[in-house]
Write a protein that binds this ligand. Sequence first.
Ligand code: ATP
Ligand code: FE
Length: 356
Amino acid sequence: LTILGLESSCDDTAAAIIRQSGTDAPEILASVVHGQTELHAPFGGVVPEIAARAHAEKLDICIEEALAASNLTLPEIDAIAVTAGPGLIGGVLSGVMCAKGLATGLAIPLVGVNHLAGHALTPRLTDQITFPYLMLLVSGGHCQFLIAHGPESFSRLGGTIDDAPGEAFDKTARLLGLPQPGGPSVQAEAEKGDPKRFRFPRPLLDRPGCDMSFSGLKTALLRARDAVIAEKGGLTKQDRADLCAGFQSAVVDVLAEKTRRALELYLAENPGKPVLAVAGGVAANTAIRARLETICAENVTTFTAPPLHLCTDNAAMIAYAGLERFRAGAKDDMTLSARPRWPLDKTAPALLGSGK
Ligand code: ATP
Ligand code: FE
């Protein structure tokens, strides 16, 4: 089965082709990503209208590049998978309309995919891990602990009650004049800084459960930055690095402690399947990966994290999630709609688990 996946829910336009024969490991034949960072740079954040237009302009180019890279032609594609939400509605619509056109023109099945399921199933694409497993999904707009029972079956143990860590990294970068996306630039600065100089809050650690909060962190960072500026008239390179190090170590501490608790809850129910997988853009952070790895080692649990380019938005994860849905018998038709909000756990309260 050869499946073409399309992703356009935020500020990356992507197309990928995946092939799986029988029970063999799935193979990524091509994964093309065109980012829009420069387009949004002058505005300090993603502008939905600009994003949607750029997706509409770039989708066909991504598809052509993915076909060329995998040495295939459109008639050799067996099914189309597309992100149908959650995300910026204009972008999601561009992808869904493109996918509907292709599926109709080629007379092949269409499968709508939840973008978060794409992130959450990535460890199955990269490491063939089997269900169930504990997933920490930590990205630009989301942060939650999920037990993955099946391709469309997730139960939520807890998550952020306000911002997602990715958002916090991006805001930190903005406050310190570092380039977007904030994650990689804050991480690079943090590696040069002293994490002990600024002590930022670790919210909700005093409360039981796996819920987290990251919105207070940016206020604390803003205050610390302004105090330094008031004292010295500006920020030195070292001030910036120390602020980043202090911020990142607070995020790492919160994620680590809550992961420890989520793992305890998960292992109580699934003692025979000690696996923690992490996914989403923030899972690209090396300090976070290292700390989670330590927690897993302490709890005799297997740790798995996708390679960095499959943590941030890509279409390989969408093609793969589509393949899993398709294999499970799911299929969509021309009534497939674009959904700006779409919690992964159908029983989750609407306000929890989503920072967007
Ligand atoms: P969502 O998946 O929740 O809809 P999204 O698709 O915008 O949101 P992703 O592409 O999964 O998010 O992740 C992007 C986020 O990951 C950005 O906020 C970015 O700053 C963050 N990020 C990327 N690399 C790193 C890193 N090394 N450290 C921390 N954060 C990172
Ligand atoms: Fe994402």
